[in-house]
Design a protein around this ligand. Sequence first.
Ligand SMILES: Cc1cc2nc3c(=O)[nH]c(=O)nc-3n(C[C@H](O)[C@H](O)[C@H](O)COP(=O)(O)O)c2cc1C
Ligand SMILES: Nc1ncnc2c1ncn2[C@@H]1O[C@H](COP(=O)(O)OP(=O)(O)OP(=O)(O)O)[C@@H](O)[C@H]1O
Ligand SMILES: [Mg+2]
Length: 542
Amino acid sequence: MEIDKAIGESDDRRLKTKYNNAIYVIKRALALYSIEEVAFSFNGGKDSTVLLHLLRAGYFLHKMEQKCSNGGLTSFPIRTIYFENSSAFPEINSFTYDTASSYGLQLDIISSDFKSGLEKLLKANPIRAIFLGVRIGDPTAVGQEQFSPSSPGWPPFMRVNPILDWSYRDVWAFILTCKVQYCSLYDQGYTSIGSIHDTVPNALLSISDSSCKEKFKPAYLLSDGRLERAGRAKKFSPSIATVRNGSGDVDSHKSSVLVASAIAVGEEILFGTVEDQLGLSLCRKIHSIGWSVSQTIVVRNDVSCLLLKLSQNAFLAEFKHLSFSFSLETPFFVDLSLYQKDSVAEEVERRKSTNDMVFIYGGVGPLHSDVTLAGVAKAFGVRLAPDEEFEEYLRHLISDHCTGDRNEMALLPEGITELLHHEKLVVPLIKCQNVIIFTATNATELDKEWDCLIELTRSPGLLSTMVPYVSKHLQTNLSDVETAQPLSKLCLEFPDLNIGCYRKSRKGPLLISFEGKDQTQIESAVESLCKKFHPGTFSEIH
Ligand SMILES: Cc1cc2nc3c(=O)[nH]c(=O)nc-3n(C[C@H](O)[C@H](O)[C@H](O)COP(=O)(O)O)c2cc1C
Ligand SMILES: Nc1ncnc2c1ncn2[C@@H]1O[C@H](COP(=O)(O)OP(=O)(O)OP(=O)(O)O)[C@@H](O)[C@H]1O
Ligand SMILES: [Mg+2]
């Protein structure tokens, strides 16, 4: 079988692993379902082209194992379905039909939408499982596993996704290694193909020359797989600009108060081994953009999150070949329920719904104690999934030093993660809805990450800069007892101001601070306080 042979002869170890995993999924599906019960959803795109050849190889190998191969399996008996659409590219249509005839595919052409088309098809045929070329990173992959039942409201069938964990790079490595034909649009700069209305060639492949017609390099030359969808019309993602106010309404009013909290993750801070320098600095920064800080908290990097670090893919990839003879040392089987505290997840869950923004730092990386991302994922009820875009950054960052599977190291909360790139940052900031994860380990690094974040806010829709806080500070030699009542009254008089009192020492002066967004209110409050005492009782500190 030419596909199996080409991969066998290749020295691309990663491709071999991906191929073996995909073939494993296909063979298990063919063992679970009879050939009449499976179908292949083919649309001429690159992912479904890869899947076609994997299915050809998988079917061949399955038959070989059943010892009923006649050695010359040329036909492809898996029912193939194509949802034809008038807005499909003509090149996609012709490639689909040409491929069907080259490989003897029994093509069912469906002209209705996916759902009603499938309802009709399943009524008329005993189909129980459908192979799809869905990959993690596709908008429709969220929450899917290699075997995922169809969604509620859809006819019942199993969605089988053999290339779910393949990256853009893997797809092209396979196509080029196996020298299989692909739709001509991919040679004209298209990197992911939707309809004629929402897809253009990827501008990153543009070859600028002086002649009037713009030319593009082929899709396989796109070095950054994370930019695969740059030629697709963007669906707008919810931004931080449309934050909730206290009552849950959308509020982008400049003068209203937005509230954030900061979570530090690290046992070393709680043990007192390390000082939390970032908390103080972060509070100042949040305050400096006119936001209010509701709470700062330090949480442990709890052990139960370790369980989450082993994604299903990692699990399959790591242990499948052991023929299920797991050792007790396998962390997957360690009963961690006794230790379950989930501090990160619990804190994030609590804070994300009561704050406009949550900033979290510490516990990000590949170490056993780096559980922040797992905690965030758990707080949002999603899993950690390999993120191709993030993987690219890691590839540049750690290049040859990486011993493990980078795909597994780049695990991020699935479906809720947005990477915030800035040219000054080696790794982008990670934003999961209203939670921003800093990777800084000291105040200088935090300064840089914060500055980049603020710079990014200039593009519309990120962290809104609010009307800044203004403040005035007084000092007095009065005792606490003498000032207590007048100050309480003042607080009632000026509910929009934050009037705080503190001492640096028991014997020293009492310091009174007035903070708010309205300078005149601050002046009035100061005047009102001064009037209650003899002139000269208070002096201003600058
Ligand atoms: C064979 C097949 C099965 C599908 N099953 C489901 C499903 O179970 N649940 C669902 O929400 N969408 C399902 N879809 C729809 C896809 O998730 C997605 O909406 C579709 O591929 C359109 O993607 P687009 O919006 O990027 O064009 C299915 C599509 C196909 C072709
Ligand atoms: N019109 C369709 N007919 C049949 N299957 C489809 C259709 N559209 C999508 N699919 C299925 O969904 C999968 C995912 O689609 P997606 O557009 O992400 O990938 P692709 O079309 O194979 O490649 P590309 O990302 O380059 O467009 C396809 O591989 C195919 O299995
Ligand atoms: Mg497509």
